[in-house]
Structures are given as structure tokens and as C-alpha cells.
Ligand binder design. Structure first.
Ligand code: AGP
Length: 612
């Protein structure tokens, strides 16, 4: 996920690009760059790190001109560096481009362009687009060359292009990544999101997939990839800037919860090979996994929410890949004397890739001769750099302190990894394999359906907002879900004491606290421990607890055991924690919001724990 902007108008371009980019920084912040047409050619400025560094570094420069592009990056291909930062240029520096998305066929295109003599500066997928347009512009107008290049791109893109040969126009195009147009007075904008332009205009148009736009200072023309013109009217936006940055959601946490169908889809994208019915990762990771020994042992280390994902991963890998798996909190693992050897893979899970304890665990693993594989959301982070191979979650930047979309992306990657290893070990029969592949494809839609319970959850939250305590109980795959549900609530609503337990453990202690009306949330989705969970519900109801039950859609009989029921779509047990996470997140969110809590930045917590 990255933020892009483009401007053409009669104001000085530098400050406008910076203002717009600052409103898109939530989309990525590992590097930033701008390109402007200054009357002599294209002037480019880039910096690694947040936009602030670029603004400070160019504060003494005039940055004049009436046409420019900007980009704030969330690295996907190539580590965060000045060379990999956008904008990217063609060989002659006559055109500049910014991009949000992933060009899946960039390797083939790059090889072809290299053979034709093009010289590349970066490791990005984006740079191929600049060279491809350059290639076609030798025989075509810029407009046609851009269109021709777009027809060859596979994957997703929102693009903005300017060129010295066409100094009165700005071009944009979209496929799968967002792009909006802002129509101002004697000025036009392109941007990834509405907030980028709200300081200058509220007249907005949305570009659809496979559409191209050509902007001048006072006109715009939208057309299809084949060049057929499209007539579209602008709409007027009523949001204020603060609201719009969250796309209309009250908090980043709620926005990120709602992004999950999309982030799950991004995480699966390009990783299912239907032809051979196998999961595939990037070359380095495939190579790493291919070399694992038949008796390889996994030790999964992580902290907080990522640790809960690790616990689910243990169930997955044991059941389907028949592997020996241990899970440890990274903060404990680093001070133990673990017995590791060259047949051990330490699997580190971290959203930020900067958690100090997880990094220390990785270093200990390496000292002891183990291999390190990681699941991480941030390209170029310390965890990613120090691992032998990385499985990236493509969840985009997570702003809210409470992790939501990164967690379900981690679970999705763990399920993909499990499928890969189970398949490689020939442990799956063809029908079972096919069924899993089908469910992977349906997962984003299932997540979307899980969000449908939101209105019911809001009502349930109202009922429990004044509680002082909350128990969360589940078994097997949904035991870690119970831990995660309780963590979400205690993180963002510190007024309520919440604990998660394995439901079977209740009678060994925690049940002692239950009083009439004590809230207990059970996760009782379809599984081979369903009846056991029902017995646990009975035990708590016998003590007059108030029970909320998350159950599989269509389970009518559950209503006689529950005060409140939340339904999630039916799925195989291995995938169910991905879906049950969603109502757990929503319930915590609405209870915290009703209590007036600072949901996105709860007291005493930080997004990334880079200290011990
Ligand atoms: C999650 O809601 C928390 N903010 C926290 O537990 C977090 O998961 C933990 O600090 C690990 O962070 P990481 O995934 O960035 O390593």
C-alpha cells in the first residue's frame, strides 16, 4: 500500500504535493519522493523515512513549477531506499511515474526491456512501467504509449505520469488500487484517497478499474483502456479532513477491521497455483521450504497478538503438515536455553518487524544454528532483514495500536504455509486439497459476511459496556481466539478486566470467580470439540453467567444456551479463527467506544515495542 498524488495547476507545486502527501502518510511511510517539471526538465527529490525528512531536506529549494507527482511508500518490491523510492524515471529522464500496487509480471517485462537496452536503477516493479512507456513513446504519442504499456501490465496499479514532451498534461490510470480525481479552480489533482485533496477542493471523481485519465489545468478526459471516452459527473464531499483520513470511519481500528476482506485477499493473491494445486511463495521462500528436512521441527516465537496467531499456527501445522511444533513467547524464548539445531526452523511472527523481543529471539536462534523464517508485514524491517526467508502479510500499514487486519493476515499466511508443507509431504488427498483451495478463494467473501454481524454486535456491546470483567473461552483452534478477544478488549478498554482461557480449564480455577451476570464469551463454531464447548457453556450458565456465543451460521439450537448469539459463516475448522477474530474485534471496539476510550491510542501502549 502506498499513497500517490499528482498536481497540475497555477500554484507552486512543491507545497501542494507535500500537503497532499502528508494526508496519505497512513498508507505508507518508509520513504517519500516528488518529481516536478520546472521549466528545464524533471526535478526529483527522494528521502528514506517519513515525509517530514523530505520536507526538511528540500526546505531551502524553490520547488517551483505547475506540474508534479508525489509518493509515500510502503515497500513491496525492493527494500526501502532512496533508489527504490518513487518517482521512477525512464532511461533519459524524460518521464516520471508514481505507482501504488504490484505489477505481477514485472520480471518478464524487465528482462525484455533489458534485452532492448534499457537501464534500470531500482529493484522495484514500478520502474518497468516507466521504461515500457518510454519504449512505446518512440513510435507513439505519450497518450498512446501510456495506454499501450498499461495493456501489458498484470497485477494492480494506480498510476500517475508526467513527461517533458507533454508539459501541459498529467496522466493517471487505475486497476485494482484506488485513484480519485480532484477538480479545483484552475487546478486538477490525482490521489490515492480523498483527504489528499480536501485542503483544495471538495469536487471529486472516482476512477474505475481499467480507466485512464488525462488532465490539464482546466479539463479532464476519462477513457477506457481502448480509448473510448467516458462521461462522468463529479460528486461533492462533505467530510472534514480528519474524518476523511479514516475514510469516514470514526477510528483507524474500525477502518482496519473493515479492510480485512481486502487484506486477506491481498495476502492470498498470487499464492495459489491452481494448475498444480500447490501454494507458492516468492523464490527465496520456496527454496528455503524445499530444503527443510523430513523431520524438521518448528519453534514459533512472537509477542502479543502475533503470539496468538502462532498458537493457531501450531494447531494447523501439527494437524495437516504432521510437524513437531513448539510455540513460545519471544520474551521468554530469548532467556531460555532452547535445544535448537540445524533441523530446527524458528518461525518468527511480527506485524511491525521491529519488536525487540522477537528480534532477540531471532538472533538467539541463529547463534544456535537454527534457520529463521518469518511472517512479517513490513518489507525492509529488522525482522525481515535478519530472516533467512520471509512470508509477507500484505495487510498494508496498520495504524491503530490494537492489531486487527495484521492478525487475520498472519493466520492466512499460516494456513497457506500449512497447505504448502502438507502438500509437499503428500499428506493431502486430492478432494481435500481442492476443498482447501476453494475455501482460500472464498475467504475474502467469508470475511465480508462475518462483518455483517456488526449491527447485532453494536447492540450486544451496549448490553455489556458497563461490565467490570469479561471471560473469553474457546477450545482447540479457537482457544487462541479467546486469548486474542480478551487482549483486544483489555487493550482498548482498560476499564474492563478481560481474560481468555481454554474452555476446558475453567473448572480448574477461573470458574470460582463467576457470579450471576458475569459476562462470558464462548466461541462455539462447528468443530469436533463443539459438544465439549456446549458442556462448558452449561457449567457457566449453571452459575448464572451471562453468555455471548459466537456460533456457525444456521445453528438454531445454540440460542437455548446463550443470552446473545453472534453468527459467523461456516467454514473448515482450520479457517475458523480468521472469521471468529472479526466479531471479537468488533465487540471490543464497540464496548471501548461506548466507554469513551481512546481506541486508536490506548494509554500505556505503543504500536511497536522496540524496547525490552
Ligand atoms: C496487538 O493488539 C498489540 N498491540 C501487541 O500485542 C502486538 O501484537 C505485539 O506488540 C507484537 O507486535 P508485532 O507483531 O509488531 O511484533
Amino acid at each position: 500500500m502506498c499513497g500517490i498524488v499528482g498536481y497540475i495547476g497555477n500554484s507552486s507545486v512543491g507545497p501542494i504535493l507535500f500537503e497532499s502527501l502528508s494526508r496519505l502518510e497512513y498508507r505508507g511511510y518508509d520513504s517519500a519522493g516528488i518529481a516536478l517539471l520546472n521549466g528545464h526538465g524533471i526535478e526529483v527529490h527522494k528521502r528514506v523515512g517519513k515525509l517530514k525528512g523530505l520536507i526538511e531536506g528540500t526546505s531551502q529549494l524553490p520547488l517551483r513549477g505547475h506540474l508534479g507527482l508525489g509518493h509515500t511508500r510502503w515497500a513491496t518490491h525492493g527494500e526501502p531506499s532512496e533508489t527504490n523510492a518513487h518517482p521512477h524515471l525512464d532511461c533519459q529522464g524524460r518521464l516520471a511515474i508514481v505507482h501504488n500496487g504490484i505489477i505481477e509480471n514485472y520480471r518478464e517485462l524487465k528482462e525484455r526491456l533489458l534485452d532492448q537496452g534499457h537501464r534500470f536503477q531500482s529493484q522495484t516493479d514500478t520502474e518497468v512501467i516507466a521504461h515500457l512507456v518510454e519504449h512505446y513513446s518512440r513510435s507513439l504519442s505519450l497518450r498512446d504509449a501510456f495506454r499501450k504499456a498499461l495493456q501489458e501490465l498484470q497485477g494492480s496499479y494506480a498510476l500517475c505520469l508526467l513527461a517533458t514532451d507533454d508539459p501541459e498534461r498529467l496522466y493517471g490510470a487505475r486497476l485494482g488500487s484506488p485513484l480519485i480525481l480532484g477538480i479545483g479552480k484552475n487546478e486538477m489533482f490525482l490521489a490515492s484517497d480523498v483527504p489528499a485533496v480536501l485542503g483544495r477542493t471538495r469536487e471529486i471523481m472516482y476512477l474505475n478499474d481499467r480507466e485512464v485519465v488525462e488532465l490539464s489545468q482546466n479539463s479532464l478526459q476519462i477513457s477506457t483502456l481502448d480509448g473510448n471516452p467516458i462521461d462522468r459527473q463529479p460528486s461533492r464531499i462533505d467530510w472534514d479532513i480528519a474524518c476523511a483520513q479514516k475514510s469516514g470511519f470514526k477510528h483507524f481500528m474500525l477502518k482496519e477491521i473493515h479492510e480485512q476482506p481486502n487484506t486477506i485477499e491481498q495476502t492470498i493473491l498470487n499464492r495459489l497455483d491452481w494448475q498444480i494445486q500447490q501454494v507458492r511463495f516468492d523464490e527465496r521462500t520456496n527454496h528455503f521450504l524445499e530444503r527443510l528436512s523430513p523431520d524438521e521441527q518448528f519453534v514459533i516465537i512472537a509477542c502479543g497478538t502475533a503470539y496468538h496467531a502462532a498458537l493457531v499456527g501450531e494447531y494447523m501445522l501439527e494437524e495437516f503438515a504432521e510437524m513437531a511444533v513448539d510455540v513460545d513467547l519471544a520474551s521468554e524464548f530469548r532467556y531460555r536455553k532452547p535445544r535448537l539445531n540445524r533441523h530446527t526452523t524458528v518461525l518468527a511472527i511480527s506485524q511491525s518487524g521491529e519488536t525487540a523481543d522477537t528480534l532477540a529471539g531471532i538472533r538467539l536462534a541463529k547463534e544456535q544454528g537454527a534457520k529463521v523464517l518469518s511472517i512479517c508485514n513490513v518489507v525492509g524491517s529488522s525482522v525481515a532483514r535478519e530472516s533467512d526467508a520471509v512470508l509477507f502479510t500484505h495487510a498494508g500499514p496498520e495504524i491503530a495500536v490494537a492489531s486487527t487486519k495484521a492478525y487475520t493476515a498472519q493466520l492466512t499466511v499460516l494456513a497457506l504455509l500449512t497447505m504448502y508443507l502438507a502438500n509437499a509431504r503428500q499428506l493431502l488427498k486430492d478432494p481435500e486439497k481442492l476443498q482447501f483451495f476453494r475455501t482460500f478463494r472464498k475467504l475474502p467473501e467469508l470475511a465480508r459476511l462475518a462483518l455483517n454481524a456488526e449491527a447485532d454486535i453494536q447492540k450486544i456491546a451496549f448490553f455489556y459496556a458497563d461490565s467490570e470483567n469479561f471471560y473469553y473461552l474457546g477450545r482447540k483452534y479457537n482457544f487462541p481466539s479467546a486469548l486474542e478477544g480478551a487482549l483486544k478488549l483489555k487493550e482498548i478498554c482498560p476499564k474492563i478486566h478481560a481474560e481468555g482461557y481454554a474452555a476446558g480449564e475453567m473448572k480448574h480455577g477461573p470458574i470460582a470467580l463467576i457470579r450471576p451476570g458475569w459476562p462470558v464469551l464462548f466461541i462455539a463454531t462447528d468443530s469436533n470439540v463443539y459438544d465439549k464447548v456446549i458442556s462448558n457453556i452449561e457449567e457457566t450458565r449453571a452459575r448464572k453467567a451471562s453468555c455471548v456465543v459466537i456460533a456457525s451460521e444456521g445453528n438454531r439450537s445454540i440460542r437455548s444456551y446463550a443470552d446473545h448469539v453472534i453468527e459467523v459463516p461456516k467454514t473448515e475448522e482450520i479457517f475458523s479463527p480468521i472469521l471468529t477474530a472479526i466479531p471479537l474485534q468488533l465487540l471490543a471496539y464497540y464496548i471501548a467506544d461506548l466507554n469513551g476510550c481512546d481506541v486508536d491510542q490506548p494509554p500505556n501502549l505503543a504500536k511497536s515495542v522496540t524496547v525490552e
